[in-house]
Design a protein around this ligand. Structure first.
Ligand SMILES: [Zn+2]
Length: 242
């Protein structure tokens, strides 16, 4: 029963996450509402709902374009993720935390994938969620959360400096300051020791996919592939397996 409820919640959450990420990627207000992929005209409030407002807001009223078919797939993926979380954790505070943590992670995943930018307002919301749920778990958990975020900043900050030195030109480093903030957010959410495996998993996923993309010539050696989506994926998998 809980699994079905969470699948439905995830389906709606997936749609809303896409709308927010889409707005942020277009440099509009994150809660500015659904807009056309091509011309940016508003799609109407119904498009906040899954399946483009259940089929009623799929086409742009201004230019007539049918919107990205990836969005319904993303909604189903989030529904499946929430259902798995529910199956694994049952009705608990941990489930609520994992569901809420996944929202900023999913927004960052999409926005960074589309634009190679990570926005600090989403990071700030994620940090507050991480520290907030840690506080509910007690002051030891809060200290762990603070130290995990700080540790992640130190390690990833060092990687950022190293990458900048090796690549000389900061604009082509495969690793940005946004990734340092993101590592802090993940640290605050999953805490020590899970933060170690979460960030390693993200780096491993990024390396693995980059090698695949290079081997299949989908990207060139000079083009920057964003790290953030892989760090988010590593954190989401950690929320599921923790
Ligand atoms: Zn349009």
């Amino acid at each position: 029963m809980l699994v079905v409820v969470l699948a439905i919640v995830g389906w709606f959450a997936g749609a809303a996450v896409w709308v927010v990420a889409h707005a942020q990627a277009a440099k509009r207000h994150p809660f500015g509402g659904p807009a056309c992929d091509a011309c940016g005209a508003p799609l109407g409030r119904l498009a906040w709902l899954p399946l483009f407002g259940f089929g009623m807001a799929r086409r742009c009223p201004a230019c007539g374009l049918s919107q990205s078919a990836l969005r319904p797939l993303f909604e189903v993926a989030v529904a499946a993720f929430f259902a798995l979380l529910a199956a694994r954790q049952g009705w608990s505070l941990d489930l609520l935390a994992a569901v809420l943590f996944s929202l900023p992670l999913l927004v960052i995943l999409l926005v960074d994938w589309w634009t190679k930018l990570i926005y600090t307002n989403v990071i700030g919301a994620g940090l507050l969620l991480g520290f907030g749920f840690s506080l509910i778990d007690g002051y030891r958990a809060l200290i762990n959360s603070l130290l995990s975020a700080t540790g992640a900043v130190l390690v990833f900050g060092l990687l950022f400096v190293l990458a900048a030195v090796v690549y000389r030109n900061v604009r082509v480093v495969p690793f940005g300051l946004g990734d340092v903030y993101l590592a802090a957010m993940i640290g605050a959410m999953v805490r020590y020791p899970a933060v170690v495996s979460a960030l390693f998993l993200g780096i491993f996923l990024a390396g693995f996919i980059l090698i695949l993309l290079l081997a299949t010539k989908r990207v060139s050696r000079r083009s920057a592939v964003p790290y953030g989506p892989f760090l988010c994926a590593g954190a989401l998998i950690t929320l599921l397996t923790n």
